[in-house]
Ligand binder design. Structure first.
Ligand code: G1P
Length: 301
């Protein structure tokens, strides 16, 4: 069985839900506490043993490439000033030379198309796929546990979580079959099922381990839900030849593609940090006591 060495991060999305900030800042660079959203996802991949990080970017996203580069002036200044804690932090979050690759999704045709754009960089081996909108909180990273399940089952792994049955139309949803090791066999999947038609309430949470045979299927892909080339449709086709296993993730997932999810992630990760926990608890309590929503008239313009 081939090791999962590479991870793909589709980061081409426009981030319209975060306008006006995303006029100049990619949504993946918005900060949760003190680091960009993309750093959390990259750390999850690295903790799972990933050695090469492939970013499928778009126009106005070059700052992501800059972010993962070494900034000599900053390093030198910190070293001169003896700021070793900050230097350590930078080194911990920094990929090693040659560990990153960047390619562009030239047209916004959907997630399936974005993944297909990484085919040459992935080559003929299994790969992890992490959707950067979704960041996760648990002792063991979601992808790390998926890699373990992969080592027992091989094939393809999709992470899922339970959602309110009223919410299934927002996601890809899988059908649940027999248990297998720490996961289960997936019997089917559908992207954004209309109300009342979902095969379960297990939604795809944005973490995948896929075999390279997905690429030719994506290439021949017709448009699916929302008029986009859907990864879920290609995975369903691949299911006729290869097994798919579900990994039921029990940690917390925050959808940083939505404003509520992004704010929730900031609060949750601040509360998770022992250095700032006590102050944050106090700040939140005080704010809850003293704040009401603004009157419509006084909204910022
Ligand atoms: C994508 C996937 C969907 C998955 C979701 C998780 O949808 O197509 O299957 O459930 O991510 O966030 P999107 O959020 O791009 O509409």
């Amino acid at each position: 069985m081939k090791k999962v060495r590479k991870a793909v991060f589709p980061v081409a999305g426009l981030g319209t839900r975060f306008l006006p900030a995303t006029k100049t800042i990619p949504k993946e660079m918005l900060t949760v506490v003190d680091r960009p959203v993309i750093q959390y996802v990259m750390d999850e991949a690295r903790d799972a043993g990933i050695e090469h990080f492939i970013f499928v970017t778009g126009r106005n996203k070059t700052v992501i490439e800059d972010y993962f580069d070494v900034q000599f002036e900053l390093y030198n200044t910190l070293a001169e000033r003896g700021k070793n804690d900050q230097l350590d932090l930078l080194r911990e979050t920094q990929p090693k030379p040659g560990q990153t690759s960047f390619t562009r999704q030239q047209v916004p045709l959907g997630l399936g198309h974005a993944v297909w754009c990484a085919r040459e960089l992935v080559g003929d081996e299994p790969f992890a796929l992490l959707l950067p909108d979704m960041i996760m909180q648990s002792e063991n990273g979601c992808l790390k546990d998926m890699v373990e399940l992969y080592q027992h089952t091989g094939s393809n792994i999709v992470a899922v979580q339970e959602c309110d049955p009223e919410e299934t139309h927002k996601y890809g949803v899988v059908g649940r079959g027999d248990e297998a090791h720490s996961g289960f066999e997936i019997t089917g999947m559908v992207e954004k099922p209309p109300h009342g038609t979902a095969p379960s309430n297990l939604y795809i949470n944005g973490r995948y381990i896929l075999q390279p045979e997905i690429f030719p299927l994506l290439e021949a892909q017709e448009r699916g839900a929302g008029g986009e080339i859907q990864l879920t449709d290609a995975m369903l086709k691949l299911m006729t030849d290869q097994a798919f296993y579900g990994f039921h993730y029990r940690g917390r997932t925050f959808d940083c593609g939505s404003r509520e999810g992004f704010v929730e992630a900031n609060v949750a990760f601040a509360l998770w940090r022992p250095d700032i926990y006590p102050n944050i608890v106090k700040v939140i309590e005080d704010l809850l006591e003293s704040t009401k929503p603004m009157e419509r008239r006084s909204k910022p313009r």
